[in-house]
Design a protein around this ligand. Structure first.
Ligand code: HEM
Length: 352
């Protein structure tokens, strides 16, 4: 009797949604090459999980956050000290944002050092670099919403840096500030950027990115122990999907520990008249901040625009280097030097 009812329900649903189940399976369940069992080669899934966590915790924070200069700090104070589990949601959102940037960097390094950006994946690499900058933009705009002294002055410095960009600098800075000075307009703009424009852009870019990975398939690598295996692939669903779920639970566990041990703090309310002694951006901008201190602001900004251009165009620069210096793995050496430079500047700024 019961099975009959279940069958009836299934056929009722099937009639309303006449989906070709087998076709859907073959579309979504592409076999995954064995090397993706090595977690460092499948790191792309981790920022995707963190992005989902960010969207859920971000929506919860929106219920209490007030995007005005008078209300912003007070609302963050209320979330942290009065709202039930507000401190937890805020801390998870903060730590997940940092972990997302770390994992995007790790995924990018893996793609770079395994040469997975090479033909025919050049465009997907370029898309990835844009994804990376949008992720940094989310971090920067989110930090500015807290409206305590550090976040206010970091936003001030950030917009001044934007102002020093050639040609469009002044226009860009006025546009993001909503005028010549930081004001309520600036907060509104950063708020819209942080909760609508950048997340929507990132979601769209990640979908195109993963679809492109799906079209090309991932770069093939074969490890010694896998050469003996008869099956060269494993199913995306349920095998890879379950692995990603386990990674998701481990991440939530780690974020909870971080939230308990190091809950998101709050400094003194923003005061446009008192410049703090040490203005510090978030750690992922330390290298850029130190670089600006070492050079003058114009050379500093130009240098960073140049670096961003190199990163975007890298697959094509690599092709030229490969032709000129075959078998020398120039991209590995250059990547190693570039990464060490970033690390040295970051540690230098952290210790200053
Ligand atoms: C939110 C950020 C990102 C997400 C969710 C994401 C997701 C993914 C996923 C799921 C894969 C499949 C293989 C793997 O897991 O490694 C992949 C591959 C790839 N990603 Fe990303 N990615 C992101 C950011 C980036 C960035 C910043 C770059 C480079 C600048 C990049 C470049 C690539 C390339 C070229 C591949 C193909 C690798 C291969 O064929 O082995 N991705 N990405």
């Amino acid at each position: 009797m019961e099975t009959l009812n279940v069958q009836k329900i299934v056929s009722w649903v099937k009639e309303r949604f006449p989906v070709d189940v087998e076709g859907f399976k073959s579309l979504t369940n592409e076999p995954v090459p064995n090397h993706l069992r090595h977690w460092w080669l499948a790191l792309g899934g981790t920022p995707a999980i963190l992005f989902v966590i960010q969207i859920i915790t971000g929506i919860l924070l929106l219920f209490y956050y007030v995007p005005t200069p008078e209300g912003a700090y007070q609302s963050v104070f209320k979330i942290t000290n009065e709202v039930t589990f507000g401190w937890y949601i805020r801390s998870v959102h903060k730590w997940a944002s940092e972990l997302m940037i770390v994992t995007v960097m790790l995924h990018m390094s893996r793609v770079y050092f395994t040469g997975a950006f090479r033909k025919p994946r050049e465009v997907n690499w370029m898309l990835g670099v844009i994804i990376f900058f949008v992720t940094l933009g989310l971090g920067f705009s989110g930090y500015s919403l807290i409206y305590d002294q550090l976040s206010y002055w970091a936003t001030m410095v950030g917009t001044e840096i934007a102002q020093s960009s050639p040609l469009i600098g002044g226009l860009a800075a006025d546009f993001i500030r909503g005028g010549a000075e930081i004001s309520g307009n600036t907060l509104t703009r950063f708020y819209i950027l942080h909760v609508v424009i950048l997340p929507a852009t990132l979601a769209g870019l990640v979908v195109i990115h993963i679809l492109t990975v799906r079209l090309h398939g991932v770069t093939e690598f074969e490890f010694e122990e896998e050469k003996k295996l008869e099956r060269k692939t494993f199913p995306l669903f349920p095998d890879h999907f379950l692995t990603e779920c386990i990674i998701g639970f481990l991440i939530l566990y780690l974020l909870t520990i971080m939230a308990i041990l190091f809950p998101a703090g709050l400094g003194k309310p923003a005061n446009p008249l008192i410049t703090p002694e040490h203005i510090k951006p978030e750690w992922y901008f330390y290298a850029s901040f130190r670089w600006l201190k070492l050079t003058n602001i114009y050379i500093g900004v130009l240098g960073q625009i140049f670096f961003a251009g190199i990163l975007v165009a890298w697959p094509f620069i690599d092709q030229m280097l490969e032709k000129k210096f075959p078998k020398m793995e120039m991209s590995v050496w250059i990547g190693f030097i570039g990464f060490s430079f970033y690390l040295i500047l970051t540690v230098w700024e952290a210790l200053a």
